[in-house]
Design a protein around this ligand. Sequence first.
Ligand SMILES: Cc1cc2nc3c(=O)[nH]c(=O)nc-3n(C[C@H](O)[C@H](O)[C@H](O)COP(=O)(O)OP(=O)(O)OC[C@H]3O[C@@H](n4cnc5c(N)ncnc54)[C@H](O)[C@@H]3O)c2cc1C
Length: 240
Amino acid sequence: MGQGRGWEGAVLRLLRAKDFVFTVTDAEDVTPHYRRLRLDDGGMLAATGVHPTMWVRLWFDNAGRPHQRAYTLVDPDPAAGTLGLEFALHQGCASDWARTARPGDTIEATVQGTGFEHPDPAPSHVFAVGDPASLPAVNSLLGALGSAPATVWFEGALDGLPCHADPARHEVREVPRRDAGAHLAERVRAELPGLLGNTPDPYVWIACDAATTRTLSAYVRRELGVPRHRMHALGYWRAA
Ligand SMILES: Cc1cc2nc3c(=O)[nH]c(=O)nc-3n(C[C@H](O)[C@H](O)[C@H](O)COP(=O)(O)OP(=O)(O)OC[C@H]3O[C@@H](n4cnc5c(N)ncnc54)[C@H](O)[C@@H]3O)c2cc1C
């Protein structure tokens, strides 16, 4: 395993990445644009353990060349050796693979770069910014942060998507994707400062397209003065 992947594979091997083969056991179209797979983990979870928002690098085939993309684990079960993956479908190799994936299909996975630090002290309020690609991670985050209330700005329509927010304590604000994410950034700039003012121990988590994530992360850190250890920001995809 790990042969012939060019420099990306070589670098990951030097970083002591671990390779596993997942096997699809079940596939379900949740909506026409969102597909869920269940997979056997090839022994991964027993070897790596599990943490909130955990993700893996999956190796897709792009006309014979390796194409690596990150996906979040859904309901990983180390005892059973199973996990789910949820794909927000669009144009692209990873999406194309997911569209036709069926029981028996396999995909290689590398574990490198994923991690999670529980904010300490526990957040009195969570502020999350996400979209369909980061919905599995938002679900995992909200599950991991226990009883904290949350405000989630979700770029796109939740319609039919598996959002695990608990309406009793999580408020999800849907924001249409407009102007390459600029509309989302405007909404967060307009609404976050007032909410932050009443929050003693905030935790801010941002995962949308790379440029919008950068903009919002800089805004939250520099203009709102949220310390680095009270926030996490990672671009989940690159807009063309
Ligand atoms: C830590 C991490 C975890 C992630 N977890 C998930 C996950 O659980 N589920 C999931 O669906 N995605 C997830 N993503 C995002 C996923 O890795 C990217 O969307 C990836 O680019 C998809 O690869 P692709 O081969 O399908 O398309 P690419 O070849 O990367 O891109 C092809 C075209 O599609 C566009 N595009 C790419 N992604 C999106 C998108 N999300 N929405 C709209 N247009 C897009 C690009 O701009 C480009 O024009 C995660 C990303 C990170 C960094």
